[in-house]
Design a protein around this ligand. Structure first.
Ligand code: ZN
Ligand code: ZN
Length: 444
């Protein structure tokens, strides 16, 4: 009673009253959020084709009073792709500008979960192949959490000040959507953010918990294509040929020493050859072998070193085989398929962790180690980490199943699996509660 009187006199609700109010509002939204989630899950769309999903998000934000702009995003060099980015702005007086981001896209995966709301969508991908489509990364969880957050914050306008921007980004899986939105003037057409925050579901945590990773949280990703050229000939006559298959075999082994012998053990890095193609028949020495690699690092200088080392090793191996300079190897990094490392601003991350402990309980906030997977969320920080950003993890797995998996050592289906099935409750409740609390604190 004392608090109530004090609060009424001051006009400012106590932290406890605000939390109770928030919990009640989120609870009231749960039935509608569950139904939104299931509809989104059943209707996934591939990267660069998020037409209906973006229109739905835009319509929902508009109905909540946000000033909505659609079709934000410009894919340089790809006129066949439309930018389906959505920006919803809610002005609420003087104060910081906070962006909350979700992704919109799904994956070319045929869903095998057997859930009643499982996706049965099939379509043609950009290469013309018939594929199943599934929200196998949980971006439908993120969209629903963003819409729930947008609703609750619209109702709690008396308790925050500033400019709130709901950002729905297309083509995260193709790591091209964030760049497309920034290239289309995201930070000039709309207010530049003081903070950008996002969440991502994870199979590593029980539903009801969130995970935080200060500093480097996800690696940079670079795709590299290598063509090793030789001199083809008859398989029975190797002495008059230069065998690129042998070159490739040496190259694949040699490049593993870049990480193990050239990089500092304190700078994590991965070099993976994901594809290798050469030759057509047992008795023909081919003219060339093509390899596709992915490189993961946290530091840019480590990435640059690996790219240089790949060229040096390819050239050195070709020279050792006596390949003429006119046929020296071609090593190309595809900068359009590159994502920088995700660096969670340590100060912002620590602040959010404290907010989550209050909103969810200390036991439900867990420190998670960084991973070598990649995301394009990092782009919203701009070069040289100009804007503090933080992506936190949202537990999405049935606690009993996770306990059993830890006991037996049998892994559960992870992200991008055809069996990935986040439990909608309490995952969505925690998603909305954590994101809303984060914004309220940043804009109090
Ligand atoms: Zn993904
Ligand atoms: Zn994802």
């Amino acid at each position: 009673m004392a608090c109530l009187v004090g609060c009424l006199l001051s006009g400012v609700p106590s932290a406890r009253a605000q939390q109770a109010n928030l919990d009640a509002l989120v609870e009231g939204e749960m039935p509608s959020l569950l139904s939104t989630y299931k509809s989104l899950h059943a209707a996934p769309e591939l990267s660069h084709h998020e037409q209906k999903t973006s229109a739905f998000v835009a319509g929902e934000l508009r109905a909540l009073g946000y000033n909505v702009t659609e079709h934000v995003g410009n894919y340089a060099g790809h006129p066949e792709w439309s930018g389906y980015g959505v920006v919803g702005v809610l002005n609420n007086g003087q104060g910081p500008t906070v962006y909350v981001r979700t992704e919109l896209d799904a994956l070319p995966v045929e869903e095998m979960t057997g859930l009643p709301y499982a996706s049965k969508v099939r379509t043609k991908d950009d290469a013309g192949r018939e594929v199943g489509v599934m929200h196998a990364c949980g971006h439908d969880i993120h969209i629903t959490s963003l819409l729930g957050t947008a609703k609750v914050l619209a109702e709690m306008k008396g308790q925050w000040h500033g400019t709130l921007v709901m950002l729905a980004q297309p083509a995260e899986e193709a790591i091209s959507g964030a760049k497309a939105m920034l290239d289309d003037g995201l930070y000039t057409r709309f207010p530049k953010p003081d903070f950008v925050i996002a969440l991502h579901d994870t199979p590593a945590l029980e539903a009801g918990k969130v995970g935080i990773t200060p500093g480097y949280a996800m690696a940079s990703s670079t795709s590299v294509e290598v063509t090793l050229r030789g001199i083809g000939g008859h398989g029975s006559d190797p002495q008059v040929a230069e065998d690129p298959i042998l070159e490739a075999a040496e190259f694949v082994l040699a490049i593993q020493t870049i990480v193990s012998r050239e990089d500092s053990p304190f700078d994590p890095a991965v070099v993976t050859v994901g594809s290798i193609h050469g030759g057509t028949r047992p008795n023909i020495i081919p003219d060339e072998v093509r390899l596709q690699l992915t490189i993961r690092t946290y530091k840019e200088e480590v990435r640059q070193h690996i790219l240089e080392a790949l060229k040096r090793m390819a050239q050195g191996i070709a020279a050792a085989h006596g390949i003429p300079p006119s046929l020296s190897p071609i090593v190309t990094a595809d900068e359009s398929d590159h994502s920088p490392a995700l660096y969670n601003d340590p100060q912002l991350t620590a602040r959010l962790a404290q907010v989550f402990r209050t909103a969810l309980g200390t036991d439900n906030v867990v420190d998670l180690p960084p991973v070598m997977a990649s995301e394009d969320f990092c782009r919203f920080a701009l070069e040289d980490r100009q804007i503090p950003i933080c992506q936190f993890s949202l537990g999405a797995v049935d606690p009993a199943k996770l306990r059993e998996s830890r006991r037996t050592g049998v892994p559960l289906p992870g992200l991008h699996s055809s069996l990935w099935a986040p439990v909608p409750e309490p995952t969505l409740r925690t998603g909305v509660k954590s994101m809303t609390s984060a914004v309220l604190d940043l804009m109090k």
